[in-house]
Design a protein around this ligand. Structure first.
Ligand SMILES: Cc1cc2nc3c(=O)[nH]c(=O)nc-3n(C[C@H](O)[C@H](O)[C@H](O)COP(=O)(O)OP(=O)(O)OC[C@H]3O[C@@H](n4cnc5c(N)ncnc54)[C@H](O)[C@@H]3O)c2cc1C
Length: 430
């Protein structure tokens, strides 16, 4: 297994204290074993407890070690496939259900934060998607119109270039769409808050305990780590972009391509900067294929973007991100960057999450394609229900078996080529 490196993130620096990590060094018996202490695994554990079951989570690093502790904290649901395309290909009812699941996902975060008393700075400030060219604005406008006309969704408002400039403090955009049903959160505090709720309700979380093997038995499954085991009736694999950490999750590894996403944070900025820069404290994302996003956190601006595939952080990717940030916000020229970090998102073949059963005892839920704070919180609940034999309506996300990426062994060069192609399309304005 490769060495686990913890990111030098602003989130780790500003997070509430975590519980003392407990390694798995014994033989534990549970109802449900879960691999991965990100939002998917933590939410599945909470759902298990609600249903009167005893869950045990086994995590290779610490709670939120994966994407859940590193992300941008933009709480919104945006599929990489547009709802209009879903309606066109699968029919209006399917697109309506997918739209509903998106709303439920954001509601799920709000519900957890409120009902569990999680202090993670969640604020429903809205998300503004900023169009980088007229074609992108047209697509955004069509999508907002589809949502309003077909699903009665009135949470989306189209803004012109002047309004977006007033909203962001940048003249780099030609317009945008404001989604009121979205917000911001401190991602690591959210993960730690969910973990505290699991523990307070009797669930067990073992950290720094990579699962090295999964064995199916007549009455369930057995997970092994270097120093302990967990036996359970059911297993949920919630490893997302980190599914290749060990061979224990081999069965789902080829369903996702890990794609590196990077973040930078500025030094503290004088208060008057925020009179023009993102004055409403929303979350903001761009329409480029190699998407970038930004938001305020306290007195800093946070700026993130997709990079290329790579096992480690890339200096060049961080420099490119800083250049992009200063291109959009020239008033940040000369401001220092104090934090840089990255993490892995999980891309799937059809750009949608995958939820299903490997066999009657083992479930999987992964592949959020870079927008998973809200969706993984919701899917964690549904995958537990699925494992229990229910059939929640997950629409296009429900899989009868894992959908593997063809020619997986070519993923590294393929991702580089795709990333380069996307950058080219973004540059020529397509
Ligand atoms: C830089 C970045 C920015 C992002 N920004 C946003 C954003 O602003 N908004 C948004 O909605 N989404 C964002 N995302 C995506 C979002 O963070 C993820 O979709 C979400 O966190 C997925 O949660 P998860 O629980 O499924 O996976 P993860 O949080 O990645 O958790 C998987 C866990 O599985 C563990 N694991 C793997 N293998 C093993 C093993 N063998 N044994 C034990 N444990 C194992 C890993 O250690 C890891 O902790 C971003 C992601 C990144 C990386």
């Amino acid at each position: 297994m490769r060495e686990l490196k913890y990111p030098a993130s602003l989130w780790r620096q500003t997070a509430t204290a975590a519980a003392e990590p407990r390694e798995l060094a014994e033989a534990v018996i549970a109802d449900v074993a879960i691999i991965g202490a990100g939002y998917t695994g933590l939410s599945a554990a909470l759902r298990a407890i609600e249903r009167g079951l005893k869950p045990v989570i086994v995590e290779a690093g610490e709670v939120g070690f994966g994407a859940s502790g590193r992300n941008g904290g933009v709480v919104s649901t945006k599929y990489r496939v547009s709802l209009s395309d879903m309606a066109h290909t699968h029919g209006i009812e399917v697109a309506r259900r997918m739209s509903r699941l998106g709303h439920d996902a954001t509601d799920c975060v709000e519900h957890y934060v409120e009902s569990l008393g999680i202090s993670a700075g969640f604020a429903k400030t809205g998300n503004l998607r900023c169009a980088h060219n007229m074609l992108a604005l047209q697509r955004l406008t069509d999508e907002a119109e589809t949502a309003r006309r077909l699903f009665g969704d009135t949470s989306l408002t189209v803004l012109d270039a002047r309004q977006v400039a007033a909203e962001t403090g940048s003249t780099a955009f030609v317009g945008g769409v404001l989604n009121q049903h979205a917000g911001v959160i401190h991602p690591l505090n959210y993960a730690r808050g969910l973990a505290a709720a699991v523990r307070a309700r009797g669930g067990l979380i073992f950290e720094r305990s990579p699962v090295t093997s999964v064995t199916q038995q007549s009455q369930g499954v057995e997970l092994a780590t270097n120093h302990g085991t967990v036996r359970a009736h059911l297993l949920i694999i919630a490893t997302n972009g980190y599914s290749d950490l060990t061979s224990a999750t081999e069965a789902v590894r080829q369903t996702v391509v890990p794609f590196r996403s990077a973040m930078i944070a500025t030094e503290p900025l004088p208060g008057d900067v925020f009179k023009t820069l993102v004055p409403h404290g929303r979350s903001y994302s761009e329409t480029r294929r190699m998407m970038r996003w930004f938001r305020r956190i306290d007195d800093r601006l946070l700026f993130g973007g997709r990079g290329a595939f790579g096992k480690d952080d890339s200096e060049a990717a961080f420099r490119a991100l800083e250049g992009a940030m200063k291109g959009i916000f020239p008033l940040l020229e000369g401001r220092a960057i104090t934090h840089r970090w990255s993490g892995l998102v999980a891309m799937t073949l059809d750009s949608l999450p995958q939820v299903g059963m490997l066999n009657p005892r083992m479930a999987f839920a992964l592949g959020y394609n870079g927008t998973g704070i809200a969706m993984s919180s919701l899917i964690g609940r549904h995958v537990l229900d699925l494992a229990m034999g229910d059939e929640p309506d997950l629409s296009l996300m429900r899989r009868t078996k894992p959908q593997n990426i063809p020619f997986y062994f070519l993923r590294e060069p393929t991702v580089r080529v795709v990333a380069g192609w996307y950058q080219f399309l973004d540059q020529i304005g397509r």
